[in-house]
Design a binder for this molecule. Structure first.
Ligand code: CP
Length: 331
């Protein structure tokens, strides 16, 4: 049994096979590939795309989804092992995972960081606890990485560009009034390197460099095809000649739990917004964002609504790639 927790656990050919299957299902959406199969979707955070696309995808393949969330009446869960459960939690993840495994064929988990201590958040305890105790495959629906988003992005890029090898991929930090999760940024960097692109991480200062685990993974994968990961704080240098601009905001890891001083730094970099002037420096680059996105804060209307923006294609592809992932996991 294999889980889908992180794209780093899967080889490029394995991921490409799922994307190829997704492309076939985009042309012919319905089948009975998941007939009578059920996926439990556990959402500890909000969602529009992930929740809808997993539910619709399971139905299109003859299966169905059960959505669980604390606001929907689920018992509060404990995720630490060996604790005296005299707090708010009524149920341990061990029982929840094992019982859901008796009803369902897969379990999807969305559990964002707590944003108090990155050293704790980077352990990804909730996802890993479900993977440890479940007797069925577990899918990461966004925790500290977002592998389903990565797959949808690569599929959308391949639809427009064909092969991605050698393309210059720029992950740019952008301003947002709140410190956001690094999950999509971690994922974007890793998948760009894995699929043969030359990745650049553009961020305002050293504080915004992503966790070393993902930097190392992207460096290793880029190196395997003769490329190198570039880290830049220079907007012009990063955009110059880029083939892909991926847009995301995130909070600086050293400031987890201490956000007031981070906000003062972040507020100085509103000019990182993706606009037509910056896009003019690129090699007619495609641009995308995982959504939801604050228009005219992260990206101008003119860029988002341009022919070069593939955000809607990427969002649609969530449906197709997740169907392929579910099929691969229950096969
Ligand atoms: N991109 C993404 O995961 O969207 P949701 O948060 O709406 O699910």
């Amino acid at each position: 049994m294999k889980h889908f927790l992180n794209s780093a656990d899967w080889s490029r050919p394995e991921l490409q096979a799922m994307i190829d299957d997704a492309r076939a299902m985009k042309a012919g959406p319905t089948s009975e590939a998941l007939k009578n199969k059920t996926i439990a979707l556990l959402f500890l955070n909000n969602s529009l795309r992930t929740r809808t696309s997993f539910d619709v995808g399971a139905r299109q393949l003859g299966g169905h989804a059960v959505v669980l969330s604390p606001s929907g009446g689920m018992w509060p869960l404990e995720f630490e092992d060996g604790v005296v459960m005299d707090g708010d939690a009524e149920e341990h993840v061990k029982e929840a995972a094992k019982v859901l495994s008796r009803y369902c064929d897969m379990i999807g988990i969305r559990a964002f960081p707590k944003f108090q201590d990155w050293q704790e958040d980077r352990k990804d305890k909730i996802l890993n606890a479900f993977a440890k105790y479940a007797d069925v495959p577990v899918v990461n629906m966004e925790t500290i990485t977002h592998p389903c988003q990565e797959m949808a992005h690569v599929m959308a890029l391949q639809e427009r560009l064909g092969t991605l090898d050698g393309k210059k991929f720029v992950l740019t930090w952008t301003y947002h009034p709140k410190p956001l999760n690094t999950a999509v940024a971690n994922s974007a960097l890793m998948i760009a390197a894995k699929f043969g692109m030359a990745p650049t991480l553009l961020c305002p200062t050293e504080d915004y460099i992503l966790d070393e685990r993902y930097i190392e993974q992207a460096t290793k994968d880029a190196g395997a095809h003769g490329a190198a990961l570039t880290i830049s704080h220079d907007i012009n240098e990063a955009y110059e000649g880029a083939d892909v601009i991926y847009v995301k905001s995130w909070g600086a890891l050293p400031f987890f739990g201490n956000w007031k001083p981070e906000k003062k730094i972040r507020d100085r970099f509103k000019h990182f917004i993706v606009d037509e002037e910056k896009m003019a420096l690129t090699n007619n680059a495609l641009v995308s964002h995982c959504l939801p996105m604050r228009r005219n804060v992260k990206m101008t209307d003119a860029v988002f609504d341009s022919q070069n923006c593939i955000a809607y294609e990427e969002a649609e592809n969530r449906l197709h790639v997740q169907k392929a992932i579910m099929k691969a996991l229950v096969a």
